[in-house]
Design a binder for this molecule. Structure first.
Ligand code: ADP
Ligand code: ASP
Ligand code: MG
Length: 388
């Protein structure tokens, strides 16, 4: 009998109709003879709404309390699903992150799982129960509730799958796999049958929402195959494992969640950098020349960075920019790809502020938000030349 982990995201759990679809899927897989662990996200936009409500009370809410607040979203969906499965005649139990033995460090809002004690999960499985675990959360050594960062339920699922030595980890969402670009934005995007851990890690790292970046790292470390598939149909999903597809480029990503900060007249950028890293703010591109400092951050960190910069001398501006990344193992060995890319974005060439080519990706940073049309143009050009 295989143990499998099934993760359901917010859109799959958004209302009672969808909860019933999820329950049906779980029951089908259980009746095939599997031991089932489900990991659930909060329903629909619950987490966004909780963040909004907290920010109405304080611009930079206390991070420990934010974790206590946000973890409640997942508790609601887990218990509702257990109520429904029980009503449908199946033994089920919901467990919070801490009841499930998920121990993390104390980096509130972006904690890392350090250990999972699977005793309780195994006890419940042995009683024939479907075990529903709240995603995205755990407990630190002082018993504080912690969360793993936005989208972190994927990581909970893979970590549990590795800890219980599951056969597979399914990540179910509103899309039936990993596509060559976000299918909401790019009409001709097509689904990949399989993709390597390394490439998927770049796709997530560059900001594609479909999988949490740390879940891919963990899956690679424990050699855990992930299947990304849809909650709402039975289409074959994308397998993320040690496999390779034929096309060179796997996906292109448009990330509009980046801010570029420019400080003119700054004398000691090194001290500022230390303050930013001490506050766990991840810096992307960094450049210092003629007393002008430019660096990029994710927009979720805006308020924190503004607070730190408040004490800085110099003229500061912060604005939203777009990064487009083209991911595929070995792209840097094919300079003709960069040629195609540059041709496709020629109309916006004056907006390019940085080009970064590495073994697995080409990234282009623009000095403002770029229309989705250019992502489509780029995808079409690469498709025409059979690179994607
Ligand atoms: P969940 O709420 O189930 O965790 P997410 O919203 O986090 O789901 O991820 C699914 C979404 O990821 C899709 O609706 C899709 O718009 C987006 N997405 C972005 N890039 C890709 C891609 N390359 N392939 C598939 N989906 C993508
Ligand atoms: N509910 C959390 C979020 O919205 C975690 C997750 O969905 O994975 O980010
Ligand atoms: Mg997600």
């Amino acid at each position: 009998m295989d143990t499998i982990v099934l993760k359901f995201g917010g859109s799959s759990l958004s209302d009672n109709i969808n909860l019933n679809i999820v329950a049906k899927k779980i029951i089908e897989l259980k009746e095939e003879g599997n031991r089932i662990i489900c990991v659930v996200s909060a329903q629909g936009k619950t987490t966004d709404n909780l963040i909004k409500e907290a920010k109405e009370l304080s611009a930079i809410p206390n991070e420990r309390e934010m974790d206590a607040l946000l973890s409640t979203g997942e508790q609601m969906s887990a218990s509702k699903l257990a109520i429904l499965l029980t009503m449908l005649g199946h033994k089920a139990i919901s467990l919070t992150g801490w009841q499930a033995g998920i121990y993390t460090n104390s980096d509130y809002q972006s904690s890392k799982i350090i250990n999972i004690d699977v005793t309780r999960i195994n006890e419940e499985l042995n009683k024939g129960r479907i075990v529903i675990v709240t995603g995205f959360q755990g407990i630190d050594e002082k018993q504080n509730i912690t969360t793993l960062g936005r989208g972190g339920s994927d990581t909970t699922a893979v970590a549990i799958a590795a800890a219980v030595k599951a056969a597979h980890c399914y990540i179910f969402s509103d899309v039936d796999g990993v596509y060559t670009a976000d299918p909401r934005d790019v009409k001709l995007a097509h689904k990949l049958n399989s993709i390597s851990y390394e490439e998927m890690s770049y796709i997530s790292g560059e900001g594609a929402k479909v999988l949490h970046d740390r879940c891919v790292e963990l899956a690679e470390k424990y050699n855990m195959p992930i299947i990304a598939a849809s909650t709402f149909n039975k289409n074959k999903g994308t397998e993320i494992a040690n496999s390779m597809e034929e096309t060179l480029i796997k996906s292109i990503i448009k990330n509009d969640n980046i801010l570029i900060t420019k400080i003119e007249g700054i004398e000691n950028p090194y001290e500022l950098l230390k303050k930013l890293t001490k506050n766990k703010i991840k810096i992307g591109k960094y450049n210092y020349e003629n007393k002008i400092l430019n660096f990029t951050i994710n927009k979720v960190n805006r308020a924190k960075v503004e607070k730190i910069l408040d004490k800085e001398k110099g003229n500061t501006t912060i604005k939203s920019v777009t990064k487009i990344s083209i991911v595929g193992s070995g792209v840097s060995n094919h300079m003709e790809i960069l040629e195609i890319v540059l041709k496709a974005i020629e109309e916006i060439k004056d907006k390019i502020i940085d080009i970064d080519v590495s073994a697995c990706k080409i990234s282009i940073l623009f000095d403002s938000i770029i229309e989705t049309k250019y992502l489509n143009d780029l995808h079409d050009s690469l498709l025409k030349e059979k690179y994607i």
